[in-house]
Design a protein around this ligand. Sequence first.
Ligand SMILES: C[S@@+](CC[C@H](N)C(=O)[O-])C[C@H]1O[C@@H](n2cnc3c(N)ncnc32)[C@H](O)[C@@H]1O
Length: 166
Amino acid sequence: MPRIVLYQPDIPHNTGAILRFAACLGLGVDLIEPAGFDLSDRGMKRAGMDYLERAALSRHLSFAAFEEFRLAAGSRLVLLTTKAERSYLDFRYRPDDFLMFGRESAGVPDDVHALADHRLRIHMQPGLRSLNLAMTVAMVAGEALRQTGGPAADDTNDKDAGHDRA
Ligand SMILES: C[S@@+](CC[C@H](N)C(=O)[O-])C[C@H]1O[C@@H](n2cnc3c(N)ncnc32)[C@H](O)[C@@H]1O
């Protein structure tokens, strides 16, 4: 399944929500450091709740270290950026794609932008700057999963599951 890559995220509860999302759908997350917060941050834990224990999180000390990992896997780097022309809906995803999202304060540096194999955007209403990072991840990963076969496991028929829990 496609992986979610977070480039030096700034806001702990966004990362917590993304880790929860990824754990629920069985997606791996690659976090490129440094993050703008400590990974023991309370806000991140509150947003991720006990789902964090199930998150398949890989930490990379730098973008160069992440690139070594990605290139060894032979996978494409697909960058989500407000500066792209192409829509995220007008793209054929592959199961081994790395979907990279920039930091909340500044996106990604120009050299990382240039290095990506593909650059995609979610079109917005004129004059608006950007979407929330976690919502962008959910929209794009949702489309990538739809195209590549959906989440790994499905327990929606388990009527006795604890649906009342947040
Ligand atoms: C809050 S945005 C960062 C905005 C930042 N000021 C910039 O200029 O890139 C955080 C990340 O969410 C993703 N993002 C947010 N809105 C997006 C959109 N409309 N299309 C594509 N990616 C988006 C991008 O990966 C972006 O780097």
